[in-house]
Design a protein around this ligand. Sequence first.
Ligand code: ZN
Length: 214
Amino acid sequence: MMKKYALDKLVICNNCHTVHQKIPLHQGGKALCSRCDAVIYRQDDTIIEKTLAITLTAFISLLIAFQSTILTININGLEQSLTLTSLFVVILENEQYLIAVMLVFLIVIFPLMILLSLLTILTLMKLKKSGYLVKRLLILLAYILPWSMVDIFFISILVAMVKLFDYAKIELGIAFGAFILTLILDIFITKNISFYELWNQHDTIYGETHVKEK
Ligand SMILES: [Zn+2]
């Protein structure tokens, strides 16, 4: 990894990209950017437990979102329930295989992989076990994190809903609420713990990894 040794003492503000020297903080303390006052890192000994609880809730609510009805559309008495599965069936019936594959990866596989690897990382960190696996999972997480498009999927449902409002009666389903909950929890997770903090926790728990000299 890049962030090693001498660089360990430096930290960059995510907001304005100013480079700072790190200082040790007391429990519950926050390190603020000297230029824009954004929180750069914090010292919270319960951060793993808190994030673990939120991630687990997000995982369950995403599973509910995948399995229940998102909306029920009623046009002149003709009722149609939309679930993720029924959406896939329609896409496959129209032979849009590429869209179906993209949808499976961006909406289902990547989001579930992200939450599952985060759950595994946090649980192993809590148990202080399998440092190597945690490291591999952190690297995997960095690769797949930009490929979760649940938020974009949800926004497109909202846009479709607005367009249908004029000539259809729309009832919101359980999955609609579950999607909102998942997205809110997702914001909490990213606000609670950053990659920087995850690597920091990794180094604190398992010890730092230094380069080899040849
Ligand atoms: Zn700043």
